[in-house]
Write a protein that binds this ligand. Structure first.
Ligand code: PEP
Ligand code: MG
Length: 758
């Protein structure tokens, strides 16, 4: 059978319809509302590949590639994908598919109705990575010709480079991995999200629901922080509602294409789901769970008043354990409060209620911290706590994330722990089941172990969060934020405070003085952060800023200094200054400050870097060997040719988005008349940023950002998704950015976990 309607499929049809298709069939058969559709079966794909004769061609190409040669792999993937996309589908197949689509149009009473087209993995036990690429969902496809075209694109996605790589690495036979394609009426959601039919970390009978405005893509992709709700399934009581600031949504533009837009101001903090809708969803969750006989992870959408499920798959729980609803971990007694188990483990201690940040000092080693919701500035006190309990929050809130990283048992979303629990009374908390018991219970080793880990473990995000420093006197404060280093040490300020133009030091034969001035100032910063890395940026001196310094009277008067004699182009014209800077860094390295790296600003071509490296070697400091040597990407030319820089060797790259934005948009960043046109979020700037990050990731080179965009949480969230490895913010934004980064990372992990469950 080339195509199968959802009505004719059930969950055992994975081999025919893939996991997604089989589950949609099962839901349809169970009478759960699912937008109607059909599946182009795995057999159709197999037959297409065989009958059109391209199977052998594809296998031949695959036979010949060395998967570790990234370029060759990439071009083989492109070649295979274009073969598939360009090969006509046999007439009889086309006929069946078009027929199924036209029947769907008739059924919904719409010509050329909009459908979503998604790939559906046929081998359940194969990891996601072995299967299709990322672009395997196409929304708003309309008309039978377009349906055919996108089915071929779905098939082609089986040969994304990373999927080929994965299969080769793990010895999966390419020809054994088949793909089915789901074609489903688009649900034009007004609101959508996900629902776990039980708490995935404890197995408790609580529906965990996340929802936001517009199509579900916003929640699933992690583009938005959704509202979070919890409903007790035993009595339909709504036990927690957390409303988030929902900044973006996916919606349809006039042509019916889905576009990401800002959520209207009045809806951002508006609650998405009413009590009635939550109960309707919970009831549907119960039906789905009862039908499958196990807890489920679902995607839902409301189109006006109509609720649909778009996806359902069993939860095997996020940590891979089966939910243990009746495992009481040995603790018994009176339960004082209940919430969500956010970080597993048993902890005991005296309750300390913190309602204000000033009260953190009362948390002593081994106390149980009870608070409304934790914030980043509570982290040092959280470290001292043996357990953490909050009124608010869900399994991905700050308290949950941090306590998991610290290994401290934690219960969140209790509603009223700060009111119910009594100061200085002993409690025992079960961070897996989300229960808090009266009294200090005897428990096995677990709690002391967790505390020991807590005392030592640093707060970690995998993406480094660093600080920008311009003034040495601000270094201590910046270091106190816990930043992972200095991602930009602006040198200009050191010179401005010295009050003498660096060119004058040279002209007066006082090179040693210049070297010492630089070294002394940089040392203050390197000390404050030692042994964390400090990237010293060589002088980027616009002529108009240096004109007022002693000796600056010789600065040329330029028509537009922003486009003028600054950055590495100027330093290569005045190599004596650059050499003094390198000598200062060398001196510090010799004193043991090997944490200092060198960063070159405003480069437009790799030859500048080659020359700068040669000057560095000339003073006896060998780039890459003695010192990390990196560059900023501030000119579109550098972003567009970053691979050429990577080829000559750089230890790290940092995006200078302040300049990158002005040079991309032709908007002088110092000119107030055009200030309203200045935005880092212009798609052209974002494309250059994304390109740079991805090319660096491919080459395994650290990519950071040190422009102002790195202090803007919602931009940082995107950068983490692009794969940035470090973010350098203004010192006062470090805490907030770290929070954003942690959340963005958690979302990626959660998303990957959900995908694995597919
Ligand atoms: C930048 O251009 O983004 C940057 C960090 O450098 P500056 O602001 O010092 O030009
Ligand atoms: Mg700059």
């Amino acid at each position: 059978m080339y195509v199968q309607k959802f009505e004719d499929l059930n969950k055992s049809d994975i081999g025919i319809a893939g996991g997604k298709g089989a589950n949609l069939g099962e839901l349809t058969q169970a009478g759960i509302p699912v937008p109607p559709g059909f599946v182009v079966t795995a057999e159709t794909y197999e037959k297409f590949m065989e009958d059109s004769g391209i199977n052998d061609k594809v296998l031949d190409i695959l036979d010949q590639i060395d998967i570790n040669d990234t370029k060759a792999l990439q071009s083989a993937a492109e070649e295979i994908k274009s073969i598939i996309i360009e090969t006509p589908i046999p007439e009889d197949m086309v006929m069946f598919i078009k027929e199924a689509y036209n029947q769907l149009c008739q059924r919904v009473g719409e010509d050329d109705t909009d459908v979503a087209i998604r790939s559906s993995a046929t081998a359940e036990d194969l990891p996601e990575a072995s299967f299709a690429g990322q672009q395997d969902t196409f929304l708003h496809v309309s008309g039978d010709e377009e349906v055919i075209e996108y089915i071929r694109k779905c098939w082609a996605s089986l040969f994304e480079a990373r999927a080929i790589f994965y299969r080769e690495e793990n010895n999966f036979e390419h020809s054994k991995v088949l793909i089915a394609v789901v074609v489903q009426k688009m649900a034009i959601a007004d609101k959508a999200g996900v629902m776990f039919t039980v708490n995935p970390s404890t197995g408790e009978e609580i529906a965990l629901i996340e929802g936001s405005w517009g199509l579900g893509e916003a929640v699933v992709s992690g583009d938005v922080t959704p509202d979070n709700y919890q409903v007790d399934k035993t009595n339909n009581e709504i036990i927690n509602v957390t409303i988030s600031d929902k900044k973006v949504m996916y919606t349809n533009d006039e042509s019916g294409t889905s576009v990401k837009v800002n959520v209207p101001e009045n809806l951002r903090m508006e609650r998405v789901l009413s009590d009635d809708e939550l109960i309707e969803l919970t009831e549907m969750g119960k039906r789905v769970q009862a039908h499958y006989g196990e807890p489920m992870d679902t995607e839902w959408a409301f189109e006006r008043d109509n609720l649909f499920l778009l996806q359902a798959r069993p939860i095997t729980t996020l940590d891979g354990d089966a939910p243990a609803a009746d495992d009481d971990a040995g603790v018994e007694g009176e339960v004082l409060v209940r919430g969500l188990g956010a970080s597993p483990g048993i902890a005991t201690g005296n309750v300390k209620i913190v309602l204000d940040i000033d009260e953190l000092d009362k948390i002593e080693e081994g106390d149980v911290m009870v608070t409304t919701m934790t914030t980043p500035d509570m982290v040092p006190a959280m470290r001292r706590a043996s357990g953490i309990i909050t009124d608010e929050g869900g399994v991905t809130c700050h308290a949950s994330i941090i306590s998991r990283e610290l290994g401290i048992p934690c219960v969140v979303g209790t509603g009223d722990a700060t009111k119910t629990l009594k100061e200085n009374t002993g409690v025992t908390l079960d961070g897996k089941k989300g229960l808090v018991f009266e009294g200090i219970k005897k428990v096995e080793e677990e709690a002391p172990q967790a505390t020991a880990v807590a005392a030592e473990a640093p707060i970690l995000t995998v993406t480094e969060v660093k600080a920008n420093v311009s003034m040495p006197e601000a270094a201590e404060r910046a270091a106190a934020t816990g930043a992972d280093g200095v991602g930009l040490l602006r040198t200009e300020h050191l010179m401005l405070t010295a009050g003498i133009h660096p060119g004058k030091f040279i002209a007066d034969g006082k090179e040693d003085e210049l070297i010492n001035t630089i070294a002394e100032n940089v040392q203050i910063v390197a000390d404050a952060f030692y042994p964390k890395p400090v990237w010293y940026r060589t002088l980027d001196a616009p002529t108009d800023e240096f004109i007022t310094l002693e000796g600056g009277e010789n600065e040329p008067e330029e028509h537009n200094p922003m486009l003028g004699w600054r950055g590495i182009r100027r330093e290569l014209d005045q190599p004596e200054i650059l050499k003094c800077e390198f000598k200062a860094i060398k001196k510090l390295h010799e004193q043991g400050y090997t944490n200092i790296g060198i960063m070159i600003p405003l480069s437009q071509s790799p030859s500048e870097l080659i020359q700068a490296k040669a000057l560095c070697s000339e003073v006896g400091l060998e780039p890459h060997k003695d010192v990390d040597f990196g560059m900023m990407v501030e000119i579109p030319a550098a972003a567009l040719t970053i691979e050429d820089y990577l080829a000559i060797g750089v230890d790290f790259v940092s995006l200078g988005t302040n300049d990158l934005t002005q040079y991309t948009l032709a908007v002088d960043r110092n000119n107030e008349f055009v200030a309203k046109h200045y935005t880092e979020e212009h798609p052209a700037v974002m494309k250059l940023i994304e390109r740079t990050i991805k090319k660096c990731a491919e080459a395994g080179v650290t990519c950071s950002i040190c422009g102002q965009a790195g202090s803007v949480p919602h931009i940082v969230e995107k950068l983490v998704k692009f794969g940035i490895t470090s973010v350098s913010s203004n010192a006062d934004a470090v805490a907030e950015v770290r929070k954003t980064v942690a959340r963005a990372e958690q979302k990626i992990i959660l998303e990957a976990a959900r995908k694995r469950l597919e």
